[in-house]
Structures are given as C-alpha cells and as structure tokens.
Design a protein around this ligand. Structure first.
Ligand SMILES: Cc1cc2nc3c(=O)[nH]c(=O)nc-3n(C[C@H](O)[C@H](O)[C@H](O)COP(=O)(O)O)c2cc1C
Length: 164
C-alpha cells in the first residue's frame, strides 16, 4: 500500500512516531515528509497519514492549513490523522478541537501516539510553559502528564489502515 506520511515535529517525537508508523505499515511502501518540505501529489498515493505535535492544545497551524487545503482530495483517499501530546486525559479534547467533524467522518482512524518532553530540546519560554503544566498536573487530577510513546497505538493505527 503506497503511503504518504506527512508530519510536523518540534522536538522530534512526532518525527520518531512517523518513522515507527512507516516501519509498521512497511517502510518500503512509505514516503515520509516534514510539513515544510515539498510534498508530493496526494493522488499518487493509496493512503495518506498526517501527524502533528500538540502545543497549548493546538496542532501545528501549517498542518491545519494543509488539511484544509487538501481536504477534497483527502476525502477521496484512505487517510489517517495522529497527534503527539502529553496530556493523556485531554486527548479526545485535542482531537475534537483540532479536527472538524468532516475529518472525523472521513478519516479511517484518528489517534494519539503519546508524547515526550525531552529536557535537552525544550528551552526558554517553552520550558517555563512545560514546568507550569507539570505543576498544574500535580494538583489537578484531570491533568495527567504522560511522557511516553504508546507503541500499541501505532501498531493498531497501521493495522486499521492496512485493513480498510
Ligand atoms: C511548550 C509546550 C506546550 C505543550 N502543550 C501541550 C498541550 O497543550 N497538550 C498536550 O497534550 N501536550 C502538550 N505539550 C507536549 C507535546 O505535545 C509533546 O512534547 C510532544 O511529544 C511534542 O512533539 P514533538 O517532539 O514532535 O514536537 C507541550 C509541549 C511543549 C514543549
């Protein structure tokens, strides 16, 4: 199944997940592109996957713009969407906030692959934001910070795409 995987990653986790997904689908049949690259024609592929990190509840606006621009083509193709995020209690909020109902209706699968907070890559203002998120999580039981990729979600995502 010739698959196009497009992703946006700031600190490397979404990129890592995109590569793990490609390995699960069958790396030989997958082309991986960062959202900032020259992305090939969607119509050349049997399946398209788009993934983004979540920050302050939202995905990369370049990814949102790409989805909006290509939605007619995507809706005629088998496609899946994934996010990487660390607030495990807020996954469904993040999905409904970032992907409109028409994407929910047309996507073969939409899921979260977990997230990481690599200390060496998060600096300055971002570090302050992460520290305050971690602080809130310590007192608010509806705020769980989970710093791990969930391999089963990636395996399941690949299985659904291959089955459809
Ligand atoms: C400044 C900042 C804000 C973040 N905001 C959120 C958030 O609102 N919700 C969430 O679930 N995760 C949040 N995260 C966690 C990221 O989604 C997580 O680090 C993810 O793995 C990043 O993917 P990337 O390495 O591909 O950039 C935030 C991380 C940073 C550094």
């Amino acid at each position: 199944m010739k698959t196009l995987i497009i992703y946006s990653s700031k600190t490397g986790t979404t990129k890592k997940c995109a590569a793990l997904l490609a390995a699960n689908i069958g790396a030989d049949s997958c082309d991986l592109f960062e959202i900032t690259e020259n992305i090939p024609e969607i119509s050349d592929y049997e399946c398209v996957v788009v993934g983004s990190y979540v920050r302050m509840g939202v995905i990369d606006k370049k990814v949102s713009a790409f989805l909006e621009k290509h939605k007619a083509q995507l809706f005629e193709t088998k496609f899946g969407l994934f996010i990487c995020s660390c607030l495990s209690d807020k996954v469904s909020d993040a999905i409904t906030k970032n992907f409109s109902e028409e994407f929910m209706d047309h996507a073969a699968i939409i899921d979260c692959f977990g997230g990481e907070l690599p200390k060496d890559k998060i600096k300055g203002m971002d570090k302050l934001i992460v520290n305050s998120i971690i602080k809130i999580a310590k007192t608010d039981p509806t705020f769980t910070v989970s710093e791990k990729i969930v391999p089963e979600s990636i395996t399941n995502f690949a299985t659904v795409l291959k089955e459809e």
